[in-house]
Design a protein around this ligand. Structure first.
Ligand code: NAD
Length: 347
């Protein structure tokens, strides 16, 4: 295919968004013809899962309550046992990227239709991608069968996000949008999603941090996270995601915190080579985007450096060399020296 041909595919066929949308989940499962609904819920969503079970009544089959980060295959096997035991024919996954990931892992193994009810800004529900771990090794696959057909976004389910998760998860979403914007092959639709996502996050995040119970700000953030997830599904991710994968995989680091701390460093590195993205983001923040994002990242009470996350300084060169040996598509050429310098600054 010619390199100037852009392809755009759309995943979730049906998206509901708005305060109280969670009450429509039983109707959504009914639309799918479900008779025995398995609920997959993060511990933080146990209350929501119980309410849903009550509303499903006779169609409620059971709950699997312990999804884990990076979808370990042993956890998936346990959930699959439960799905078979209760004769589930559809599933609802409620929680952050970990719960949504487990829902995808079950759906692709069983063919069950899925309804995703995200409670963070990770965006996994909008992608046909799943990362799974087996004996500590993470493999990622892409398959349209992984993408939930229905997504229900209820901003009220995000009100309980602690401040640190709100901040880091929103910056994780911003990273999806920014990388899509500077992907030279992103489609027109993806660029539109990317700029609306960046605008939503950069506008609503400061409000949500000051007023965590502001449903309007949470709603705007959640919409932005949806579009950012769609960017992640559509665009080619660049240096930012490559660094997050390389560091996260090697050192087992927390997903959202790692993304949040890396983003301003990668923006400083890439934006001079992506002038269109730089000027679009400058219009959103009314100034220089990199310091604006760095100021947000610095608001985190948790680790804001690679050192604080526990990455050994002596390992940075090896990571830089691995990244430069086989770089993801990136607006600025990636060399081991430049990446090492970036990592040392983030350390
Ligand atoms: P997570 O799902 O692991 O959640 C982090 C913690 O926050 C958990 O303890 C969870 O119970 C809690 N939590 C979630 N929502 C909450 C809420 N509303 N209130 C209070 N606590 C809440 O973290 P995440 O950052 O959402 O997702 C990270 C995982 O998702 C990683 O495994 C990552 O690889 C994966 N991911 C995959 C994709 C994809 O496209 N495949 C995209 C993004 C993330």
């Amino acid at each position: 295919m010619g390199t100037d041909i852009r392809v755009h595919e759309v995943y979730a066929g049906r998206v509901l968004q708005g305060a109280g949308a969670r009450d429509l989940v039983p109707d959504e499962t009914e639309r799918l013809g479900a008779r025995r609904v398995l609920v997959v819920a993060a511990p933080s969503s146990a209350g929501t899962a119980r309410d849903l079970a009550d509303r499903l009544g006779e169609r409620y089959a059971g709950t699997f309550g312990r999804p884990a980060q990076h979808t370990p295959v042993e956890v998936t096997a346990d959930a699959l046992d439960l799905a078979r035991e209760v004769r589930a024919d559809a599933l609802v996954a409620i929680g952050g990227g970990s719960a949504i990931g487990l829902g995808k892992a079950l759906a692709v193994r069983t063919g069950m239709p899925q309804v995703a009810v995200p409670t963070t800004y990770a965006g996994s529900e909008a992608t046909p991608v799943l990362g799974e771990t087996e004996s500590g090794v993470k493999t990622t696959r892409r398959d349209p069968a992984l993408a939930p057909g229905t997504v229900v976004y209820d901003p009220e389910l995000t009100l309980t996000m602690p401040r640190g998760l709100t901040l880091t998860s929103a910056l994780n979403a911003l990273a999806h949008a920014v990388e899509a914007l500077w992907d030279a092959r992103a489609s027109a639709a993806t660029r539109a999603f990317g700029i609306e996502a960046a605008d939503g996050i950069l506008t609503a995040l400061p409000v949500a941090l000051d007023h965590p119970a502001d449903v309007d700000a949470r709603s705007r953030l959640q919409e932005a996270a949806w579009l950012a997830g769609a960017c992640l599904a559509q665009a080619r991710m660049g240096l930012h995601h490559q660094l997050a994968h390389a560091l996260g995989g090697t050192f087992g680091l927390p997903h959202a915190e790692l993304h949040a701390l890396l983003l301003p460093y990668v923006m400083r590195f890439n934006l001079p080579a992506a002038p269109d993205t730089a000027s679009r983001l400058a219009r959103v923040v009314n100034g220089d985007p990199t310091p604006a994002v760095a100021a947000l990242a610095a608001l985190h009470d948790g680790p804001t450096t690679l050192e604080a996350l526990g990455v050994p300084r002596a390992e940075l060169r090896a990571v830089a060399e691995r990244v430069a040996a086989d770089p993801y598509p990136n607006p600025r050429p990636v060399t081991a020296d430049a990446v090492e310098e970036l990592l040392l600054a983030a350390w």
